[in-house]
Write a protein of this length. Structure first.
Length: 375
């Protein structure tokens, strides 16, 4: 009886899930594993005196856990998922609040919590839940005819940004702000409110740079260096750009790249550059196209949904995914200042993979009931 029930649930899950989005996410996880092996073997064996498979083994464990989390979230009942959004957001927000108190500082930034078995970066877990809780505020029936919902969501964003700037983490702050702007725009906010919110953000950032130069001066330095390379060190950005150029269309071959040996944390912040150097720009473009295809599929689902919460949530999550991908690619190609942004699903790191899995699981959950309309 139990076996038949499980079989029925499995068949029902497979029938309703959007298989094209699912396979796209799984492909990104697989590519992440493959490129992790390529980009971390020499780092572990030659520079850190560890087993050649040290980082790959950890990445494999993280990816396996992430896929399980994605599957679990995508399989639970959608109504239940909606109910647990608030407690999950509160938990992730509390973890972010703990970072300034008990966080681990690495290279001048305090962004991680030491959980003994691995270091957790709470913002990676918080990001998808932030989008969902923002949409929940924007779609509350009690606030449907009131502009107060935009102010509530803005103050929520502000509270998260304050915690991020304290770490400091400018990249995630920009990512969340951009995703929030697009989400409230989809929800129908007035253009005047948008201009007001954006102005407040810029004014606040300017005051921080002026009043606390010792803590946030690095932001000014990165901007100055980006616009005038003679005023600062652009070694990482230029190295990544040169690696992409040297790779050409077809690449130099697996393991032949030198970027991973010359630039610290290249396997997290400069994955696209490593891929382009060793496997060619064609492969990097194909990866970007996978992200764009996922977003295209998500938008198609939005047109079929009558649930405003799900429609707006899907748009917000797709924006978060695409913005992060483009920020990572922009830094790698020296189009925007260095931010230290990972590439979802592909960059090394347990927190990044877990955050990507949560985002993917929610997307699969919210699209599964209408998946058969497109197949």
């Amino acid at each position: 009886m139990l076996e038949n029930s499980f079989k029925f649930q499995l068949i029902n899950y497979w029938r309703n899930i959007d298989k094209k989005i699912l396979f796209s996410f799984l492909l990104l996880f697989f590519l992440g594993l493959f490129f992790s092996f390529s980009s971390t073997s020499s780092l572990a064996g030659e520079r850190l005196n560890k087993d050649y498979y040290f980082f790959f083994s950890k990445h494999f464990s993280y990816a396996t856990l992430a896929i399980l989390v994605m599957t679990l979230i995508s399989a639970i009942d959608t109504s239940l998922l909606k109910k647990i959004i608030i407690p999950l957001f509160i938990i992730s927000y509390i973890l972010l609040m703990l970072v300034p108190i008990i966080g681990v500082e690495v290279k001048g930034a305090k962004r991680w919590l030491d959980l003994f078995f691995f270091r957790l970066q709470p913002i990676e877990i918080l990001k998808p839940f932030f989008i969902l809780i923002t949409v929940k505020i924007l779609t509350l029936e009690k606030l449907q005819n009131s502009n107060a919902k935009y102010f509530f969501s803005f103050f929520l964003l502000l509270s998260v940004i304050i915690l991020l700037i304290d770490q400091p983490d400018l990249g995630q702050s920009i990512l969340l702000t951009g995703s929030w702007i697009f989400t409230v725009f989809i929800a129908g906010v007035s253009i005047f409110y948008m201009i007001g919110f954006f102005s407040i953000f810029l004014i606040s950032l300017t005051f921080l740079l002026i009043l606390l130069p010792e803590k946030f001066g690095y932001i000014t330095n990165r901007l100055v260096t980006f616009f005038d390379s003679d005023q600062g060190d652009k070694f990482q950005s230029l190295s990544a750009l040169n690696a992409i150029k040297s790779g050409g269309l077809t690449g130099q071959g697996m393991g032949e790249g030198i970027l991973k040996e010359n630039v610290p944390e290249a396997h997290t912040d400069y994955v696209i550059a490593i891929i382009s150097e060793e496997y060619g720009s064609i492969v990097s473009v194909m990866i970007i196209l996978i992200f764009l295809y996922i977003s295209f599929r998500i938008i198609k689902h939005c047109f079929n949904h009558s649930d405003q919460f799900i429609k707006t949530s899907l748009c917000g999550l797709a924006t978060l995914l695409i913005f992060q991908m483009f920020i990572h690619a922009g830094v790698n190609t020296n189009l925007i200042p260095t931010t230290g942004m990972t590439l979802p699903f592909l960059s090394y790191g347990g927190s990044s993979l877990l955050g990507s899995a949560i985002l993917a699981g929610v997307i699969l959950n919210y699209t599964k009931n209408s998946a058969h309309f497109y197949d």
